[in-house]
Design a binder for this molecule. Structure first.
Ligand code: DGY
Length: 315
């Protein structure tokens, strides 16, 4: 008999081992091709998925009626049709909280790299191009006093805001609803258009949903002040073609992107921009955080196999 749990990707060391004989693990850093995924999920009670695994009606049909939980190894859930899962009584869980600090750290790493032109500098040295220190050489943007805008003040946005105090930056944010003052981390709520117009540096941390897809289109990117820096930590919210165009025409000083809408594809127009710092989806990529994400996904599966609710359910 096949094990009741499918794990669709290699997990951090020791994590999948907690499931022992209960699990079949696709022990690879590459996603399962769709046809293999649909075959592998058949008859399972639980599946640990990543953002690359689309969980839709086809997936749920392929799994069959035994499926009780889809435990996403991510805080994001745009790969999952939650309504289709609910209609079949399948629990959905994600991994909130445990990746907040690592992702906020990466937002700051990218922000600093973009504002201070680290990617360009590194490429210049490695290319062997002659260079010399000069008063006007490779000048970046100063952070102190620059208004920092945060689009999406969830856990990660709030952690980005907390880190701003050390850089002496005034912080504003936009969420659909204003947070209670005790959760604002000293930041000021602004309507979206005002936030855009006032942010010298904007960090995007809101979730990718049908409502936020391409929220930052060409028109909204153009509302940022000329010379602004845009940092995107969520795939799909920033229109990548529009971002490349805003770098190309000089409206933006620089940009940094950690997640892409059609990973692993990166828009060639963006790849062509010297002032774009591009990271291969590294937000939560630390040893400790990936261990914690894996453990939480396993905890969710074990809870449901034990007849309980998931520890971190969605919806
Ligand atoms: C998430 O958890 O949604 C991240 O994108 C994975 O790093």
């Amino acid at each position: 008999m096949q094990p009741p749990v499918l794990v669709t990707r290699r997990l951090a060391p020791g994590v999948a081992e907690r499931l022992g004989d209960l699990a079949t693990v696709h022990d690879s850093e590459q996603p399962l091709p769709r046809a293999e995924l649909l075959r592998a999920v058949h008859g399972r009670t639980a599946v640990i998925t990543t953002l690359d695994d689309t969980v839709d009606a086809e997936f749920l049909d392929a799994a069959g009626p035994a499926l009780r939980i889809v435990a996403n190894h991510a805080v994001g859930t745009h790969n999952i049709d939650q309504a289709a899962c609910a209609a079949r009584g399948v629990h959905v869980s994600n991994t909130p909280g445990v990746l907040t600090g690592a992702t906020a750290d990466m937002a700051w790493a990218l922000l600093l790299a973009a504002a201070r032109r680290l990617g360009e500098g590194e490429r210049l040295l490695r290319s062997g191009t002659p260079w010399a220190w000069a008063p006007t050489f490779m000048l970046g943007q100063e952070l102190a006093g620059t208004p920092l805008g945060i689009l999406g003040m969830g856990r990660i946005g709030r952690a980005v805001a907390r880190r701003a105090t050390g850089f002496d930056m005034p912080v504003s944010y936009h969420n659909r609803t204003r947070l209670p003052e005790s959760e604002e981390q000293g930041a000021t709520w602004r309507p979206l258009d005002d936030l855009l117009a006032e942010s010298g540096i904007l960090v995007v941390t809101c979730p990718f949903t049908a409502a936020t897809r391409h929220l930052l289109n060409a028109e909204r990117i153009a509302r940022l002040p000329r010379g602004a820096v845009l940092v995107s930590m969520t795939a799909g919210v920033v229109d990548e073609a529009a971002l490349a165009a805003a770098l190309e025409n000089g409206h933006l000083f620089a940009a940094a992107v950690d997640n892409f809408e059609r990973e692993p594809r990166v828009d060639p127009a963006l790849l062509a921009q010297e002032r774009a710092v591009l990271a291969p989806h590294l937000g939560s990529a630390t040893v400790r955080t990936r261990q914690a994400m894996g453990d939480l996904a396993v905890d969710n599966v074990l809870a449901v196999l034990d007849g309980k609710d998931p520890v971190t359910p969605l919806g």
